[in-house]
Design a protein around this ligand. Sequence first.
Ligand code: NAD
Length: 489
Amino acid sequence: MDKLQGEVRMLVDGELVNAASGKTFDNVNPATEDVLGPVADGSAEDMARAIAAARRAFDETDWATNRGLRKRCLEQLQDALESEREELRSELVAEVGCPVLVTYGPQLDAPLEDGLRWPAKMIDEFAWERDLGEREAFGIPSRRRVWKEPVGVVGSIVPWNFPVEITINKLGQTLATGNTTIIKPAPDTPWNATRLGRLIAERTDIPAGVVNVVTSSDHLVGETLVTDARVDVISFTGSTVTGQRIMEKGAPTLKRVFLELGGKSVNLLLDDVDFATQLGAAAFTCMHAGQGCAIATRLLVPRARHDEAAEIVKAAFESVAYGDPTDAQNIMGPLVSAKQRERVLGYIEAGRREGAQLLTGGGRPARLPRGFFVEPTVFAHVDNSMTIAQEEIFGPVLVVIPYEDDDDAVRIANESRYGLSGMVTSGSEERALSVARRIRTGTLAVNGGVWYGADSPFGGYKMSGIGRQNGLEGFEQYLETKTIALPAR
Ligand code: NAD
């Protein structure tokens, strides 16, 4: 572990640079609380340089129009990332505290599979222009064509929980569509982003300024992207509160915003399900200590079978392997920071106070005195109006909520300000699908199906966000539409 040495420098205008101030801040391992090493502590001055570079690269190079170059660059970046895949894996485990097991899935290998490749393929397949044919308007016959063009400079703001997954999926679409960008990683997880910056500088033909990476310990350095008129779009993944602030601060420059925010998704088991075989999977709420926006954190079960479900889930949570994220047996490591741990413990306290029944967990594990760990925790007899059923905890906490019938289950599922994801399971696929269609969320897994993929739109209804990551819907968010009319021949 101690031989890990992350990239300290940022990528600004094609150069790997230290912060203008010369300052650095510490990258901390959340599983041990040890300092891993330093990273550049960028300021508003560094961000302004990066924005100017991205603007210039968009306005003055042929990046926006040269599809062949973009495709080649994405392929080079894919190769570069793959050549350092194992170093990246160790780095992610160390700085995110994510179990190595999860890096074989959504944390690393899944986005590396097609996060760049799918948008690169779209460069050839997407309909960049279309013919509307002739039409007479105000007595003037005209030919009309519609072109899709890049929006311009994209401010990409990334959280700490799945940093590579989110960065790669933003970057693939941003670059394939011909935009330039400034990537702003979360202060907790900067090295994966500075590594990406180094790979771009050293191993690809991506022109100077097309991609910039600015690290900072100060969240407000990210806000510069939102307020600066030279930035056209904010592609943000993070909390709903920050998303709201971005909309507000972006209003004076009429910023286009794409927001992937929080969730409080349900795992809904209909009354015909065999709990013994289906309920153990509820322990996946603890995957990566529950730090996933799409994780199902409300378990909805028929009231008549509540106690049966509670017993199975309690046993499943008590057998969750957790601790050292480098241990391949564990599905759960620490929370990312002491602050997040305290936040999660605060919600557990609220659950107790409001009268939910604590079945297991509820505190810091005595066997893990170092690191920001919280025990896998289950509350039963939860009413959907309770704080722990309404607010995103972002920790290894599951709430079991009883319902009366399918209509009541749908009502409870939808009685949330969030609408990101969810799961529905039934002995009948038809029944599960018809219930799933009534739940107002952006993605749903029915009877164990998996929606994840670069071609698959992912995002939220309601306060879970605006827009979609991935898929054609995501791709088009990075494009403007231009209609041109010419006189009819
Ligand atoms: P956060 O909103 O605090 O921070 C996210 C990013 O925004 C960080 O890079 C941070 O530095 C930056 N930031 C903070 N304040 C800012 C401001 N005023 N202006 C511009 N940038 C600012 O979120 P977090 O705590 O890092 O991440 C956890 C949240 O992210 C959870 O709510 C989770 O559900 C959500 N999330 C959503 C998705 C999704 O796709 N829907 C994916 C992952 C995480």
